[in-house]
Design a protein. Sequence first.
Length: 525
Amino acid sequence: MGSFGNKAPTFASTILLFLGFLTVFQATNLVSCTQQPIKTVVVLVLENRSFDHMIGWMKNSINPKINGVTGHECNSVSTNSTSQEKESICYTNDAEYVDPDPGHSFEDVEQQVFGSGSIPSMSGFVQQALSLSLNLSQTVMKGFKPENVPIYAALVREFAVFDRWFSSIPGPTQPNRLFVYSATSHGSTSHVKTQLATGYPQHTIFDSVYNSGLDFGIYYQNIPTTLFYKNLRRLKYISKFHQFDWNFKNDARNGKLPNLTVIEPRYFDIVGLPANDDHPSHDVANGQMLVKEVYEALRSSPQWNETLFIITYDEHGGFYDHVQTPYLNVPSPDGNRGPPPSFFKFDRLGVRVPTIMVSPWIKKGTVISRPKGPTPDSEFEHSSIPATIKKIFNLSSDFLTRRDAWAGTFDYIVQDLSVPRTDCPTILPDVVPLRTTEADEERGVSQFQNEVVQLAAVLNGDHFLSSFPDEISKKMSVKKAHSYVSNAVSRFISASKEAIQMGADESAIVDMRASLTTRSSSHNR
Ligand SMILES: *[C@@H]1O[C@H](CO)[C@@H](O)[C@H](O)[C@H]1NC(C)=O
Ligand SMILES: *[C@@H]1O[C@H](CO)[C@@H](O)[C@H](O)[C@H]1NC(C)=O
Ligand SMILES: *[C@@H]1O[C@H](CO)[C@@H](O)[C@H](O)[C@H]1NC(C)=O
Ligand SMILES: *[C@@H]1O[C@H](CO)[C@@H](O)[C@H](O)[C@H]1NC(C)=O
Ligand SMILES: *[C@@H]1O[C@H](CO)[C@@H](O)[C@H](O)[C@H]1NC(C)=O
Ligand SMILES: *[C@H]1O[C@H](CO)[C@@H](O)[C@H](O)[C@H]1NC(C)=O
């Protein structure tokens, strides 16, 4: 018994040891096969909605792991402790079509996030909205029932939702959009007209992708707001801009989508072509239809098994969110300070926004909260997108700023499975419009649309004309602004293509002469 008992374990442990080696060997083999399945990253950034507003109620009916709302989240009508006013408004699930637009400037957001205190308490949304209009204070405390955002409900069930993803700065659209592709707004906390005219000078993830010999493409509908970056106006990038309606589905069907594919929504609300950027007062049903259209095109593409589709929102649009905005150890991207009176140091993040990711490599029903690094304080924010693109494509370029070096990366969400899923839906649910009226294309342009018209004026050369001051675009109807913007983009692109044929340097940018004349020239700057 004794000798037998001694031998057997030795034999058994030899086998175990051998099996152990085999497992380790298989595991490393598996890792190297599945290390990086993604060859195409598709990015869609919509406008002005908070996480709780779009997704918060899905905690209740879709996935209890989501950090959403219960209805017990309330804001006092006044955050002033000496005030006698004790009334408060709590979170409800009856969000619908919203008009007008809640406040979201830097100062508005400061009030929403801080109330009257000195740390983010998320207590001042009602008070801030009340300062604009009585009705708005109810509006900002409403989220959508999942059935009113059926595409997100489906994608949250099937793929991954990020419930701790913040806008990069507590301010409006343009600075946040700039962070998505350059990890800085170059010191802007609002729309800065002179920067807009000359274009933002910073290096972008598009430059990094291009310099590594990879391809990118921007599929735009009215105007590519990526032209706010000066570099993107250069001749060498002109062929990267494609009309979404004519090209996106074809390129997806033919397996021709570039490594970094950006989709820009329609920012103008036109009869027959309603805006689909989700910006209030635009109907979110149109944003849902755009996401459905893009998803279905990707799902049926030969590139599907190599694709990661990212949907996020530039900022929260003034809508309530209950998660405290991070305000400790957030690095300034580049040391630039904001303008007076705040001289913002870019040392805290904005309000939480909805972020959803789609890929056959993502496990069904995934909820992602905090990132796994690179620092203990790292968070997911818009700079996580360039940081992850750099990682996925192993780009040789440096980080863009200190912010993307700090932001959490999410490449691991496509590394859990050893084969792509085959059970992803091919068709998403139908979407029913929430707005019952037609687009009001005769209304005046919003502040954001005014910024876009200013960009078009620069492309068109009209900003040199003293006859094209701010006031002209502010007085434009949405319909007129849409046609002005569309013409400016096509003039700029065809003039750039002509300049290329004439042998202009690839780093040149075309200067259009005002649309009164037809001459144009190009220059290096
Ligand atoms: C970039 O896209 C091309 C074409 O789809 C593909 O062959 C290549 O592997 C991609 N590069 C990377 C680094 O994923
Ligand atoms: C708070 O309310 C009191 C009384 O209504 C008012 O005098 C005071 O100015 C308010 N303080 C702030 C910071 O709004
Ligand atoms: C508030 O809502 C009421 C009824 O819904 C409407 O008649 C009124 O014009 C709204 N007021 C503002 C300032 O939007
Ligand atoms: C994606 O991968 C799955 C599983 O290997 C396979 O069944 C399917 O045909 C692939 N789809 C495409 C478009 O290559
Ligand atoms: C990433 O790029 C570096 C060179 O920049 C190279 O040494 C390394 O092998 C690459 N890694 C992968 C996984 O391709
Ligand atoms: C959303 O749209 C407004 C109005 O057009 C724009 O000024 C702003 O930059 C965006 N953000 C918020 C929060 O409104």
